[in-house]
Design a protein around this ligand. Structure first.
Ligand SMILES: Cc1cn([C@H]2C[C@H](O)[C@@H](COP(=O)(O)OP(=O)(O)O[C@H]3O[C@@H](C)C(=O)[C@@H](O)[C@H]3O)O2)c(=O)[nH]c1=O
Length: 191
């Protein structure tokens, strides 16, 4: 596997190393040893899959709050997505910065999303499956989110939005705690 740095602190873009033959190919998608050598989380008690029917579907921007905050390792098992993450860690050098990544079945790329990031994606084709390893169990009460079009972030999505959950339409505006003086418990990482 190859591990690439990105513009965001602690984020990695991971490429598989496929071994091709007459049947197709084989590749490692997770390796405890290689992740550990790259200082990445190695324990993932949950492995989730989300299927979206329609091109343009947006899910996000999601996180779980501390202490249930989680690393996610995201990839497209089928189809393609534009995946966006926002660094919500107040003490990070890339606090409130974001970056988008194209993840597809064809390119096999995986995105390593550290604890303290908001995460979302838009499907680029119909019938897309996204899989992600999670380093923490799902805890409904610790779920948080921001809207995909929150003006505080100015995220650029490649397509018009076709589908979205009611929950994702209703997330409140992000207000920077350092500006408002309010230190919300709904930040992924507590202030
Ligand atoms: C995430 C999750 C959801 N659920 C349930 C809750 C709900 O009834 C149903 C659908 O949940 P959601 O609407 O939150 O699914 P979805 O919008 O696909 O949520 C996912 O979005 C992407 C962007 C992420 O980053 C993921 O961590 C996750 O939050 O599944 C679980 O039982 N376990 C889980 O781990």
């Amino acid at each position: 596997m190859k591990f690439h740095k990105t513009s965001l602190q602690d984020v990695a873009l991971i490429e598989m190393t496929p071994f091709g033959d007459n049947r197709g190919w084989f590749a490692r998608s997770f390796c405890m040893k290689e992740f550990a050598e790259n200082n990445l989380e190695v324990s993932y008690p949950q492995h989730n899959t989300g299927y979206s029917k329609t091109k343009g579907t947006v899910r996000g921007m999601h996180f779980q709050v501390d202490p249930h905050y989680e690393v996610k390792v995201v990839r497209a098992l089928q189809g393609a997505v534009h995946d966006i993450i926002v660094d919500m860690r107040p003490h990070s050098s890339t606090y409130l910065k974001w970056e988008g990544f194209d993840l597809s079945f064809e390119n096999g790329r995986q995105l390593y999303v550290p604890r303290g990031f908001a995460h979302g994606y838009q499907t680029l084709v119909d019938d897309t499956q996204v899989s992600y390893l999670c380093s923490a169990m799902y805890v409904p009460d610790s779920n948080g989110g921001y809207r995909h079009d929150d003006p505080a972030f100015g995220l650029k999505w490649p397509l018009p939005v076709s589908e979205m959950s009611d929950k994702d339409k209703a997330w409140p505006d992000f207000v920077a705690p350092e500006k408002s003086g309010v230190k919300p418990s709904s930040m992924p990482v507590r202030f």
